[in-house]
Design a protein around this ligand. Structure first.
Ligand code: HPA
Length: 247
């Protein structure tokens, strides 16, 4: 039985909301993990759900205790991670509501606790930050239920919590980013240190700064609406990956 950790971002997923809250302590050597953590057997596997920002949401992207979250999930037996990320689109071919399974990341964050190895004695390979096998399995599962997530994308991870300037987005585009979000790093790097393969599921909720119909501002009300639709799709995709939903 495979144990999958599901780390959710802004907005929960019904898939894990239905699981019982675990009474396990959220304390770790790195401080408290975000909760409530829910866990249970679903289909042929085990699912452990953790809301990255806490529930109700109380932690901005730079204040999330990524180390504690990943450490707790590993201690609870997680063997792989699926993580949802709401993002802005830089690639004009991506529109709000689209799902993207990224293959690369560029880290623009600073000052976040980004390693378990403070001595710096161990360097993990991070050439491919997201797991190619999981990405392919997720794409196949999605297709079976009629979803077509974009296969591959370069996630530029900014510090937040403010959104970017248009010039910052221009820079990210020149760097090769197709998506922008605030939470994939250091999360994915820490998972690699713990030997946990990661599937990223990005939910496009807005055109990035300077790229929308009004290039002078991001429409935050539209962003909230698109988040709900995108989350529903992401939930179905992950359920299909876990073998809980079929076409
Ligand atoms: N930028 C950064 N993070 C985000 C965005 C964005 O435009 N949309 C959702 N998360």
């Amino acid at each position: 039985m495979t144990a999958t950790a599901l780390i959710t971002g802004s907005g929960g997923l019904p898939l894990i909301d239905a699981l019982p809250v675990t009474d396990r302590s959220l304390k770790t050597p790195y401080g408290p993990a975000a909760g409530p953590v829910r866990a249970g057997n679903l289909g042929a596997g085990r699912l452990i759900g953790l809301p990255r920002h806490g529930e109700p949401r109380g932690l901005a992207p730079h204040a999330v205790n990524y180390r504690a979250n990943l450490w707790l999930l590993k201690q609870m037996g997680a063997e792989r991670v699926a993580a949802t990320y709401t993002v802005g689109s830089i690639d004009p071919g991506l529109v709000p509501g689209d799902l993207v399974l990224p293959h690369q990341v560029i880290d623009y964050t600073w000052g976040r606790a980004h390693t378990f190895d403070e001595s710096g004695g161990r360097h993990v390979d991070f050439t491919e930050p997201f797991d190619a096998g999981l990405r392919l399995a997720a794409a196949e599962a999605a297709e079976r239920i009629g979803l077509r997530p974009a296969l591959g994308g370069v996630y530029g991870c900014t510090q937040g919590p403010r959104l970017e300037t248009a010039a910052e987005i221009d820079r990210l585009e020149r760097d090769g980013c197709t998506l922008v979000g605030m939470t994939a790093m250091p999360e994915v790097g820490l998972a690699r240190e713990l030997g946990l393969p990661v599937l990223g599921v990005c939910i496009v909720v807005n055109p990035a700064a300077g790229r929308g119909p009004d290039p002078t501002r991001i429409d935050l009300a539209a962003l909230e609406k698109d988040r709900a639709a995108g989350l529903a799709g992401a939930g179905r995709l992950i359920a299909a990956l876990l073998g809980l939903e079929s076409g």
